[in-house]
Design a protein. Structure first.
Length: 195
């Protein structure tokens, strides 16, 4: 059984026209027509890669395994424990070292006790800044890129470790790479605490 629709009265029609005029559409974009849905625009094909090689973005296997940062990086990262003006003068090579020790040609076993003896005697003598020359290492040996790399300049890389351990950690106030006129990358300024 189908129901017949009754016709709207003039009052209902007038009410409906007022409601329809005050209504705002929910969708601001026009609805897609049935024709547009039936015929979607063609998709653009992906461009083929010009020259792709498997592993092209992988890192080289010959890259060094830097497990420990360089001594210059470690020294630059340490906090400043001395007067800023004196530290700047020291880095610019304007302060004259009051003593120096040259560790060239020594092994690690020979150099460590010599360094401890020298720094302890320098502090007891009232010296404030000394120069420790470690050298840059032999030029014949190249950096080893193996699983356990050996660095050039073993003494240069060991010096910050030695200075951070007792008894030298109580003696040393600040360490900085030396200026070029005092040896550059193969030497270090060591500023000592007062005795």
């Amino acid at each position: 059984m189908t129901r017949r629709r009754r016709p709207l009265s003039p009052e209902e029609r007038e009410l409906w026209t007022r409601v329809a005029a005050s209504a705002r559409p929910m969708r601001t974009t026009p609805a897609k027509s049935a024709e547009a849905e039936a015929n979607p625009p063609p998709k653009k094909p992906h461009p083929a890669p010009s020259s792709f090689h498997i592993g092209q973005s992988a890192r080289s296997l010959t890259a060094p395994h830097d497990l420990v940062p360089a001594s210059e990086d470690r020294l630059a990262a340490q906090p400043l424990r001395m007067n800023r003006r004196t530290h700047q003068q020291m880095q610019r090579g304007k302060l004259k070292p009051e003593g120096r020790i040259d560790l060239h040609g020594m092994t690690v076993a020979e150099a460590h006790p010599e360094l401890v003896r020298f720094l302890m005697n320098a502090q007891s003598a009232g010296k404030r800044m000394v120069l420790v020359i470690t050298g840059k290492g032999k030029g014949k040996v190249k950096d080893d890129h193996g699983p356990i790399p050996q660095r050039i300049g073993v003494l240069r890389h060991q010096l910050p470790h030695w200075l951070g351990q007792p008894p030298l950690s109580n003696v040393v106030l600040q360490v900085a790479p030396a200026h070029l006129k005092h040896g550059g990358g193969g030497a270090f300024y060591i500023y000592l605490r007062r005795a």
